[in-house]
Ligand binder design. Structure first.
Ligand SMILES: Cc1cc2nc3c(=O)[nH]c(=O)nc-3n(C[C@H](O)[C@H](O)[C@H](O)COP(=O)(O)OP(=O)(O)OC[C@H]3O[C@@H](n4cnc5c(N)ncnc54)[C@H](O)[C@@H]3O)c2cc1C
Length: 404
């Protein structure tokens, strides 16, 4: 009998999706996962609620050093396809201002339903199988784990990244890809808190405040984001900081001086703010400059802004453009994703088959694309998993048809 085996390495979001799509197309699928169960990271997503995609999709939501290739790939399995797919397997989605969650608000339902569908499609799920090598064998492969060797016609490498403290995120997939001849854009933490240079951080630690962050390097604003900023004893965190963090870490790694400019009152422009403060000063002559900030900003933050006893125009400048020199990101363990990975130019955009190793497909975060917060990283996992799984199985079918 003809072999039509597909071996998938990594049973996370993209691997489970790939397994289902490949099995639906008639592939005989084995999925190898080194944890004791599939989808551990998936269970942690969205604070346990799983923000599985977003209805607002734009090229700027995805970062990659390969320019527009990520966006091109995403067209192959869109967020509408994702919603349809999840509805088919039983996940009814709830829309919270464009952010989509399972109606149960439980990430476990997403994981469980993916696994149920995969098992129904006769995917062999083998846990506690750490893949340590993928050998080319004739036209196929031999996937070597610590206990066994699995022959395969096609291999899908969906082993994720080094990000998070979740068991299994060891980055071993990068080595597997490299050993097969792929290059690697050095993976770095993204969606991660940022550390700064300064001696005031302990004074503002614990404050959460609305604001805008701008990422400045070489006199150029690379990125901006707005939302709740968390001021910490090492620097800054919170969603807007996460949104710019991947680029900040990479620019810093490239040796550039990277500064975050924090705008604590985005509703005002600088002149408007100075005028507002002066008017308050005239109206309330009994107030010190610092007391003018009562009711505008949290007290601990006002304390830091008042260092050096600035006059009103200096104070307005500090509120609108408070600079923090970034010294780096927190660790991989504290990151939600990694930037970098296998360059998208090394895979075909429509199938995700490797341009270097025919029969090998790559899916998920191992590829050089990281999304902003809001369901974009899972959308990348669903898209790439679906395309890789489907293409691997169709490719086998085509070969079998040609032979018969
Ligand atoms: C705390 C947290 C919250 C997040 N929340 C969201 C969110 O709400 N929305 C969103 O879009 N994204 C979110 N993300 C990001 C998202 O989870 C990832 O981008 C996504 O899971 C990546 O999918 P993947 O399949 O590439 O990798 P993973 O889901 O990490 O799967 C890879 C799998 O491969 C296994 N593996 C690795 N190496 C081997 C090996 N050598 N042999 C066998 N198995 C191996 C791993 O154990 C893992 O199960 C969050 C991430 C974290 C850490």
């Amino acid at each position: 009998m003809e072999r039509k085996k597909i071996c998938i390495i990594g049973g996370g979001a993209s691997g489970l999706m790939a397994a289902i799509m490949a099995a639906r197309e008639g592939g005989e699928v084995t999925l190898l996962e080194h944890n004791e169960k599939t989808g551990k990271k998936l269970l942690a997503t969205g604070n346990g609620r799983c923000n599985l995609t977003n209805t607002c999709q734009e090229p700027s939501c995805y970062h990659s050093l390969s320019g527009n290739l990520a966006w091109e790939i995403l067209q192959g399995f869109s967020f509408q396809d994702t919603i349809r797919f999840f509805s088919q397997i039983g996940v009814y989605t709830k829309n919270r201002e464009g952010y989509l969650y399972p109606a149960s608000m439980q990430a476990s339902s997403v994981r469980d339903l993916l696994e149920m569908e995969a098992r129904y499609r006769k995917v062999k799920i083998k846990c506690k199988e750490h893949v340590k090598d993928i050998k080319k064998e004739g036209e196929g492969f031999l996937v070597v784990t610590e206990t066994w060797s699995y022959p395969a016609d096609k291999v899908i490498l969906s082993a994720g990244s080094r990000a998070s403290a979740i068991q299994g995120a060891d980055g071993s997939g990068y080595e597997l890809a490299k050993n097969l001849g792929h290059s690697l854009i050095p993976p770095l933490p993204a969606l991660v808190p940022l550390k700064g240079k300064g001696n005031w951080f302990s004074k503002w630690a614990g404050v959460r405040t609305e604001g805008r962050v701008s990422l400045l390097a070489e006199n150029h604003i690379f990125d901006q984001a707005q939302g709740e900023i968390q001021l910490t004893d090492y620097g800054v965190s919170g969603i807007p900081v996460f949104q710019v963090s991947g680029r900040a870490v990479r620019l810093r790694e490239e040796g550039l001086k990277v500064t975050l400019l924090l705008d604590f009152l985005p509703d005002f422009d600088r002149e408007g703010l100075a005028a507002f403060l002066r008017a308050r000063q005239e109206q309330c002559p009994y107030k010190s400059v610092k007391q003018l900030l009562i009711g505008l900003l949290p007290e601990k933050l006002a304390e830091v802004l008042m260092t050096g006893k600035p006059d009103i125009s200096k104070l307005a400048e500090k509120i609108k453009e408070f600079p923090i020199e970034i010294t780096g990101g927190k660790s991989y363990e504290q990151a939600q994703v990694c930037s970098g990975g296998v360059p998208l130019s090394e895979v075909y955009s429509d199938t995700l088959e490797s341009r270097k190793v025919p029969g090998l497909y790559l899916a998920g975060e191992i590829l050089d694309t990281d999304g902003i917060c809001g369901g974009y990283n899972l959308q990348w996992a669903w898209t790439t998993g679906a395309l890789a799984g489907r293409s691997a199985a169709r490719n086998i079918r085509k070969t079998l048809q040609e032979r018969s």
